[in-house]
Design a protein around this ligand. Structure first.
Ligand code: IMP
Ligand code: MG
Length: 180
C-alpha cells in the first residue's frame, strides 16, 4: 500500500489496543454496575475506539454522538467550543461518559465538559484512547486513559491527518515528510 510510506512507524498495534481496551472496559464496568450510562462518542476521531469500547464493556449503554471543536485563544485555558452536532437526549440526572480519541492541549475536553455540566448530569466522566500530557494547557484530565504518548502527531484507529488514515487498524506516527 502506497500510503505506508507516510507512516514513520506503528506506535500501538491492533493487539495492544484490543488488550488495553479490555482492561479499561473492565474498570468502566466495575464503576457503572447497575447503571446504564449515556456514552457520547465525539465525532469523527472517536468512532473506531467507541465501537470497540462499548462492545468490550458488559454494562449496557445508550449511544449519542457529538461533533465539536475548540477555537480561540490558545494561550488561555478557556478555549471556545463550536458544536456542529449536539446530542438528542436530555442528560439531566443521567450518568454521562464522553468517549474521546485524544487529549492534546485539553481545550476541547475542558470546554465540552464545562458546557455539559450546565445540563446537570448526575455524573460526567471522560474516557480517552490517547493522552499527550506534555501538551496540556487547559486543566482537564481523563477519568480513564488507554495510552499516554509522547508529543508526536499520530494517525489511524480513527485519528486523521487532513481526513486521511482514519481507517488504519493501528495507531501510527505520521512521517514529518507528509506535513513539513
Ligand atoms: P485539544 O483540544 O488540543 O486537546 O485537541 C484535541 C483534538 O485535536 C483531538 O480530538 C484531535 O482531533 C486533535 N488532535 C490532537 N493531537 C492529534 C494527533 O496527534 N493526531 C490527530 N489528531 C490530533
Ligand atoms: Mg478530534
Amino acid at each position: 500500500m502506497e500510503r505506508s510510506n507516510d507512516i514513520e512507524r506503528v506506535l500501538i498495534d491492533e493487539g495492544e489496543i484490543a488488550e488495553r481496551i479490555g482492561e479499561i472496559a473492565a474498570q468502566i464496568d466495575a464503576d457503572y454496575q447497575g447503571k446504564i450510562p449515556i456514552v457520547i462518542c465525539i465525532l469523527k476521531g472517536s468512532l473506531v475506539f467507541c465501537a470497540d469500547l462499548i462492545r468490550a464493556m458488559e454494562v449496557p449503554v445508550t449511544l449519542e454522538f457529538m461533533k465539536v471543536s475548540s477555537y480561540g485563544a490558545s494561550t488561555t485555558s478557556s478555549g471556545k467550543l463550536s458544536v456542529s452536532l449536539d446530542i438528542m437526549s436530555n442528560i439531566e440526572n443521567k450518568d454521562v461518559l464522553i468517549v474521546e480519541d485524544i487529549i492534546d492541549s485539553g481545550h476541547t475536553m475542558k470546554a465540552l465538559t464545562d458546557m455539559l455540566k450546565t445540563r446537570n448530569p448526575a455524573t460526567l466522566r471522560i474516557v480517552t484512547l490517547l493522552d499527550k500530557p506534555s501538551r496540556r494547557v487547559a486543566p482537564i484530565e481523563a477519568d480513564y486513559t488507554c495510552f499516554e504518548i509522547e508529543d508526536e502527531f499520530v494517525i489511524g484507529y480513527g485519528l486523521d491527518y487532513a481526513e486521511k488514515y482514519r481507517d488504519l487498524p493501528y495507531v501510527g506516527i505520521l512521517s514529518r515528510k507528509v506535513y513539513e
